[in-house]
Every structure is written in C-alpha cells, then in structure tokens.
Design a protein around this ligand. Structure first.
Ligand code: HEC
Length: 138
C-alpha cells in the first residue's frame, strides 16, 4: 500500500514537472529585461540554428502567423485581428532587431503572447528574428 502510494506520488511529480517548468518560464518572461532597440543581432545563423528556429516557429507561432508568415490564419480570424504579413518586405524592414526581440520575448498588445525563456532561449529568439526576416525573401 505504502509502496504503491510512493509510486503514485512519483508518477504525479514527473507528470507535473513540465507544467511547473513552463509556469516558471512565463513568469520569467514577464520580468524579462528588454534589450536595447538598437541591439544588433549577435547570432550568426547556421543551417542547424535556423532549423531549430523553424521548428519553434511551427510549434509556437505558426498557428497565428501561418506556416509561411502571411498571418492569414483561422486563429487570426477567430481572434478578430489582422496579423502582420511577414511575407511583405515592408512589414518588418522598418522594425529594428531589438524591437523584434522585445516583442517576441514580452508579447505585444492583447493578442500576441510572450515567448517565455523556458521555451526559447535568447539565441533561439535571435535566430527566430532571422527566420522571420527570411520569410519575405521567397
Ligand atoms: C495567439 C496568436 C499569436 C501567437 C501564438 C504568436 N503571435 Fe506574434 N502576433 C500576434 C498578433 C495578433 C500580433 C499583432 C499585435 C499588435 O500589433 O497588436 C503579433 C505580432 C507579432 C510581431 C510584431 C510584428 C510587427 O510588425 O510589429 C512579431 C515580430 C511576432 N508577432 C512574432 C511572433 C513569433 C516569433 C511568435 C512565436 C514565438 C509569435 N509571434 C506567436 C499573434 C500571435
């Protein structure tokens, strides 16, 4: 009896851990220090780092922004918002990397959620920015 109780507790602990880690991550994001607007992207993209950025994009961003970044998604419709079209070169060209970093890390407005550091570290966010800028190039 005691043994199965211990096993059950262990199972519950394991099951709960990722949730806790995520919750901690989003608290971090709310308090995340902002980078300067004129911060330069410190990342030199590699095929591997861009593949990682793409997979994070597909999991955490594409449902709203679309696989190709045009923002024409069912999610945008159901939220009743127009989502910026990253395939249009004019959309991101005037926004400095530092601003994009802060928008991704801290969210924007009521509908753009923050990307917690527990989900994507700084290097991944800088790679995401390169990935987003690439969307208007093909
Ligand atoms: C729940 C839907 C949703 C998700 C998920 C989401 N976004 Fe957004 N995003 C938005 C909306 C809505 C806006 C427009 C916000 C505004 O201007 O008020 C936006 C705006 C942006 C902008 C600003 C563009 C500009 O022209 O200022 C960037 C950059 C961005 N999102 C990147 C991302 C990235 C990267 C991810 C994934 C890590 C992501 N978003 C996840 C809904 C979402």
């Amino acid at each position: 009896m005691l043994k199965s109780f211990l096993l059950l507790s262990a199972a519950i602990l394991v099951a709960l851990t990722p949730t806790h880690a995520l919750a901690g991550g989003s608290q971090d994001a709310a308090a995340a220090p902002q980078v300067a607007q004129n911060a330069t992207n410190p990342v030199k993209p590699t095929a591997e780092s861009q593949a990682k950025a793409k997979s994070i994009y597909q999991i955490d961003c594409a449902m709203c922004h679309g696989d190709n970044g045009d923002g024409k998604t069912d999610m945008a419709k159901s939220m009743g918002v127009v989502i910026p079209d990253f395939t249009d070169p004019k959309v991101l060209s005037g926004v400095p990397d530092g601003d994009l970093f802060n928008i991704i890390r801290n969210g924007k407005g009521e509908k753009m959620p923050p990307e917690a550091s527990g989900r994507a570290g700084d290097t991944v966010v800088w790679n995401l920015i390169i990935y987003l800028r690439g969307m208007s190039k093909h």
